[in-house]
Design a binder for this molecule. Structure first.
Ligand code: SAH
Length: 355
């Protein structure tokens, strides 16, 4: 069965070089293979024409090169695209492509489901199945690139899809190694953002392992409320989280922490919440991204009225905080923050060639 073969895309650039060297192949061949797999999007080793014929044959016989097939692509009226992607074991995940004025941001998933069970999140409500492999993380880029229009290219990558990236850190770091490699996707680290719900012990290893931006899903300014919204807070409360963030050398005014704050009407949207947020973040290079909650079936949270949102933003802005209101994108196709759940959907299936 081809499924039983290991996947070439599980190897990050250093491991690919090692494996080739172990098989007597010059390590520079790794750069050629990376260029085919990622820069050009060619999966069949037999088409990698600048490799020796016997190497092409060997790669084709010994490795798989695809990890995901596109099950469904849905397009939002605002240009956002969401794809349901299917892994070899039948697991389904979602990736979202968000075109904006001058950028195209790809939102990647890192787990099938999520174990953190944040109370307002659709992914959390579906429970946890498994971590994605490195190949499954990078293949999301390959599949989503196939949905680009002429002249479009992916300029930014955010690890803000399904799952908690820091619970799958080794695979995430290897995937970032592919994203930033000049012969692969050649993205600058500052164009990549990894978001965490606050898995404190893994934040430093992330930033030591990859030159990326850090986003932290905060959502509350007291432990009592955050315990209820983000159960992970019971293990790593606000003082531990913010203390760790303050200790990081990688964080600077040039590279602030991006805090996500999902606004829940009547729950965390009072001016007093904004005041406490200013106090909590004092002295820590920060930007706050306010996201009015997106509804999903099974959640009773509602977005605040516009005047409550304005009041909240006003308090932060007057306090000197850089704050942005994230417009909800793709909500009509359930592609917005917290709406990813890879519900089994009807729609056209593309055939699944093995490579
Ligand atoms: N597990 C990581 C990565 C997911 S990022 C993390 O929590 O950071 C997805 C972001 O969308 C998180 O900030 C999450 O809290 C937020 N979110 C989840 N459900 C939402 C909803 N219904 N409306 C708006 N934002 C939501």
């Amino acid at each position: 069965m081809p499924q039983a073969l290991p996947n070439l895309k599980d190897l990050d650039p250093p491991r690919l070089r090692e494996r080739l060297a172990a098989g007597g192949v010059a390590p520079y061949r790794a750069d050629q293979i990376l260029a085919w797999l990622y820069a050009r999007g060619v999966d069949d080793p037999r088409e990698m024409t600048d490799l020796a014929l016997d190497l092409r044959e060997r790669l084709a016989a010994e490795w798989r090169t695809r990890a995901l097939e596109t099950a469904v692509v849905r397009r939002s009226a605002d240009g956002t695209r969401k794809a349901v992607l299917r892994a070899a074991d039948g697991a389904q995940i979602e990736s979202v492509l968000i075109p904006d004025d001058d950028r195209v941001t790809l939102c990647l998933s890192t787990q099938v489901g999520c174990p953190l069970a944040c109370s307002f999140c659709a992914t959390g409500a579906m429970g946890f199945t498994r971590n994605l492999t490195t190949a499954e993380i990078v293949d999301q880029v390959c599949r989503m690139r196939e949905t680009l229009g002429p002249g479009e290219r992916i300029t930014n990558v955010v690890f803000m899809g399904m799952g908690e990236p820091l619970l799958n850190l080794p695979a995430v770091l290897r995937a970032i190694g592919v994203l930033v490699h000049p012969r692969a996707f050649a993205l600058a680290g500052r164009r990549i953002t990894v978001s965490t719900a606050g898995l404190v012990p893994k934040i430093r290893p992330l930033l030591e392992g990859a030159p990326v931006n850090l986003a932290v899903s905060l959502h509350a300014t007291t432990d009592a409320l955050r315990d209820a919204l983000v159960p992970l807070n019971r293990r790593f409360p606000l003082a531990a989280l913010l203390g760790e963030l303050r200790s990081l050398e990688a964080i600077s005014p040039r590279r602030p922490v991006f805090f996500e704050y999902t606004l829940l009407g009547g729950v965390n949207d009072a001016p007093a919440d904004a005041e406490r947020l200013l106090v909590l973040l004092r002295g820590l290079p920060s930007k706050v991204n306010v996201i009015p909650v997106n509804p999903h079936p099974g959640s009773s949270f509602r977005a605040p009225a516009m005047d409550a949102i304005d009041r909240f933003l006003g308090v932060l802005a007057r306090g000197g905080m850089t704050v942005t209101l994230r417009r909800s994108r793709g909500a009509d196709i359930d592609a917005a923050c917290g709406q990813l759940a890879a519900r089994a959907e009807g729609g056209s299936r593309t055939p699944s060639p093995n490579r």
